[in-house]
Design a protein around this ligand. Structure first.
Ligand SMILES: [Zn+2]
Length: 295
């Protein structure tokens, strides 16, 4: 079950205007057959404001919930939220593409869910080029904003990856080139048994309407969707400036060399590559321990 940026929109610090965007199913959020039925702890967003800040990192990482009622209540609200989604949809795994590593680190402490962090990386030059193309409600993003966000997202994922129970790194360009084998490997790693993705073929995906919150306007596209990498459209000077700004991480992820890998880095954490985003695969479980057949 994919929910877009539901966690960050409902439980995190994303501006509430994100919830004025229709759900991926096309309905207004309050009229959606999924989100319109869910009741949230009204304090969750207020608590998030007190907890999920980079300057409060120590609270996220080291505070003991039993000694801090705010943290305990937020973790409880987060756990209840994902369990409610699972109960409504029957999903064993929920994919949340909220893009905050801090949020992921907090969720990893929530009782009754197992967090697998997926670090999806994209070449910074592609990110900057994409940011200059407005789409529906998504405004143009300046190169400076894209560079700052890209660096922060990737450094955050690097620093906090060990907080999650599972971790994979995926390079966007590799995923677009080989979507079916890569997603099947990733899903199999998370589930613990072979998973088939019949809706994917090399070069396209057959997508049905989904209850995606926030996210890119492309979420409204359904049917047979072609998948292809769009080359960066940057002038030579901008390309050099962006390459220089992201050089350490571009080098780390293999974008400044000929090296290209199509393998998800479940164990080899450096095989993959630039985070345009982080996604979470959350599996509600009946208690804090994993069941053998359900991750
Ligand atoms: Zn919906």
């Amino acid at each position: 079950m994919s929910v877009g940026e539901a966690g960050w929109c409902f439980l995190g610090l994303r501006h509430s205007s994100a919830l004025t965007v229709p759900c991926g199913c096309g309905a207004h959020m309050s009229e959606c057959s999924l989100w319109g039925k869910l009741a949230l702890d009204p304090e969750a967003r207020i608590l998030a404001d007190r907890l999920i800040r980079a300057r409060y990192l120590h609270r996220i990482l080291w505070w003991r919930p039993e000694a801090h009622p705010d943290l305990r209540r937020f973790l409880s609200a987060a756990s209840e939220f994902y369990h409610a989604v699972a109960a409504q949809t029957g999903a064993a795994v929920i994919v949340d593409s909220s893009k905050s590593s801090l949020f992921a680190a907090v969720l990893a402490r929530a009782p009754g869910i197992r967090v697998h962090l997926i670090h999806m990386i994209r070449d910074l030059r592609g990110v900057v080029s994409s940011g200059q193309r407005p789409k529906a409600y998504t405004p143009v993003m300046s190169p400076r904003f894209c560079i700052q966000h890209w660096c922060r997202a990737n450094v955050g994922a690097e620093l906090l990856q060990n907080r999650a129970a599972g971790f994979s790194r995926v390079r966007y360009e590799d995923f677009v080139a080989h979507p079916k084998p890569m997603l099947e490997q990733l899903a199999s790693d998370i589930r613990g048994f072979p998973v088939s993705c019949p809706f994917l073929r090399d070069g396209s995906a057959n997508i049905q309407p989904q209850h995606l919150v926030g996210s890119n306007p492309d979420k409204f596209q359904c049917g047979e969707i072609p998948l292809r990498e769009r080359p960066p459209e940057l002038g030579p000077v901008m390309k050099k400036v962006v390459s220089l700004a992201g050089a350490p991480l571009l080098l780390r992820y293999g974008y400044l060399s000929k090296r290209r890998s199509g393998v998800i880095a479940a164990d080899d954490r450096l095989t993959g590559s630039v985070a345009e985003s982080t996604a979470l695969a959350l599996a509600p479980v009946s208690d804090h321990k994993l069941e053998s057949d359900r991750i």
